[in-house]
Write a protein that binds this ligand. Structure first.
Ligand code: C2O
Ligand code: CU
Length: 497
């Protein structure tokens, strides 16, 4: 062999040695054109027992049954045999969203507006929502963010239902058991549809309300770079002098925002759960996690005047006498720490007596996701789709350690459950029980949280920066024995992220 030929051969070999692993990684990162979420990633039992049928489902026998008690997500419904207390019809369209100031941006509307209509029900009501897709070409769904609905009503395309195609309709039914502030949004191509405005607020009122307290919802959303509250810059709330006003702030954006006021406030609820003995907050801003809700209470000034509740730098709620401009409110440099806010009360679970312990460690590394090279998010060191499938059994008490070493903030959201914060960076929670469904996890932080596995199904557990979810920052929580007939992948028409 001549020297030249040898060099050529060596060069070819070297290229192969370099390319082959890359080609392998690339191949591994591709997802099939149709597949079940039950086969996604690797099973994680959290140190608990390994239920037989969960493994069976994961191995691809999802429709075999085995004579074992398997349950389809499609059957995890409620209230199908009785009349609903509230019926709402929502029609979604693609098109222009008109903002209060007359500008319009391209996006999505529900019943002609974005945010869509506020749905208000009374605690305990059976709510029925008929969703119609007028013309959204990719199909749509509705997810009831923060409401622990039965799994069939969760609205995740390809996991709990098929996307609703143009001209089609889908009905959701669930009992609004927990009072509080929630929201709804599409969970099909959500990184586009939610950002484009396919969303609205849902308020579950207690059976008995205090008629002297005014109540207002403020949905924060950024349309094409324009931050808004309920589609405008200012929400005006007329109030009598001395009247208490509850402002329900919903953050429907991808990143955290902050709320503060020109007068002392109280944080009366977080993610739909009342705070136990909320104290007066002065000189601190309140972080509202992406996807999260904070209910604030302010008191209208005793004399003529108004209070400004600022949500982010440019939008506000003004509470007080009609036509009175509220004073400016300077943004406090410090933020309220929910870890120590309010007073402790019964948790209802014993976090020392746990059945499973999981880790949800968020990192970042170079690799391939969906066949594309990049520096992608990792969960426990793995890239999507090789993410954990956390397996639980009904009744388990579950602890999760969430850590973030990815260099960015991640608003983590588990569907179908509320979890409680036990500690942050090793510091125990000492305030009112901090129940959440959306948690702002900063770079370098670690949270220990706990929840009770009391809602069978297959549930997404993902970052609510919806771009991040689309880039693979997601995992699922699966109850042993639950199966889904729905499919993901390009041929399925379902793309939840
Ligand atoms: Cu608000 Cu999985 O979503
Ligand atoms: Cu994220």
């Amino acid at each position: 062999m001549s020297g030249d030929r040898r060099k050529l051969l060596l060069a070819c070999l070297l290229t192969l040695v370099l390319i082959a692993p890359l080609a392998y990684l690339w191949q591994q990162s591709r997802v099939p054109s149709s597949y079940s979420v039950m086969r996604m990633g690797h099973l994680d039992y959290g140190g608990g027992s390994q239920p037989v049928h969960a493994t069976a489902g994961h191995e691809g026998h999802e429709d075999a049954g085995h004579g074992m008690a398997e349950q389809s997500v499609a059957d995890l419904t409620e209230g199908t045999d009785r009349r609903a207390d509230d019926v709402v019809v929502l029609t979604a369209r693609r098109g222009r969203v008109r903002l209060d100031d007359g500008r319009s941006v391209s996006g999505y509307t529900v019943n002609g507006t974005s945010p869509g209509p506020l749905i208000e029900v009374t605690q305990g009501d059976l709510l029925e929502v008929r969703l119609r897709n007028a013309d959204v070409p990719d199909g749509i769904t509705l997810h009831w963010h923060g409401v622990d609905v039965p799994n069939a009503e969760d609205g995740v395309a390809g996991v709990t239902q098929d996307a609703v195609q143009p001209g089609e309709e889908h009905t959701y039914r669930f009992v609004a058991r927990q009072r509080g502030t929630y929201w709804y949004h599409s969970h099909q191509v959500s990184h586009e549809q939610v950002i484009g405005g396919l969303l609205g607020a849902l308020v579950v009122r207690p059976r008995v309300t205090d008629p002297s307290v005014r109540d207002v919802v403020a949905v924060a959303h950024t349309y094409d770079g324009i931050p808004t509250l309920n589609g405008g810059a200012t929400v005006r709330v007329p109030a009598r002098p001395g009247q208490r006003v509850r402002v329900r702030v919903v953050n429907s954006d991808n990143g955290p925002t902050q709320a503060w006021a020109s007068a002392p406030l109280r944080v009366v609820a977080v993610d739909g759960t009342d705070v136990h003995r909320p104290t007066e907050v002065d000189g601190r801003a309140v972080v509202v996690t992406a996807g999260g809700r904070i209910d604030l209470e302010v008191v209208a000034p005793a004399d003529v005047g108004a209070v400004r509740v600022q949500v982010g730098a440019t939008t506000s709620v003004q509470v007080g006498g009609a036509g009175v401009e509220a004073p400016e409110a300077e943004q406090p440099t410090r933020t309220l720490d929910l870890l120590s806010y309010g007073s402790p009360s019964r948790l209802g679970i014993d976090p020392a007596d746990v059945d499973r312990r999981f880790t949800y460690a968020i990192g970042r590394r170079p690799g391939f996701v969906r066949g594309r090279p990049g520096i992608w998010w990792t969960v426990n060191g793995h890239l999507f789709p090789d993410v954990p499938m956390y397996v639980v059994e009904e009744g388990d008490v579950v602890r999760v350690r969430i850590t973030n070493s990815s260099g960015q903030v991640h608003p983590m959201h588990l569907h179908g459950h509320h979890a409680v914060v036990l500690s942050r960076n090793g510091v125990k929670a000492t305030g009112s029980p901090w129940w959440f469904d959306s948690l702002n996890v900063l770079d370098g932080e670690s949270y220990d949280v706990a929840f009770v596995a009391d809602n069978p199904g297959i549930w997404m557990d993902h970052c609510h920066n919806l771009q991040h979810a689309q880039q693979g920052l997601l995992a699922h929580l699966m109850y042993a024995g639950v199966t889904t007939p729905y499919r993901l992948g390009s041929d399925s028409g379902n793309e939840p992220e």
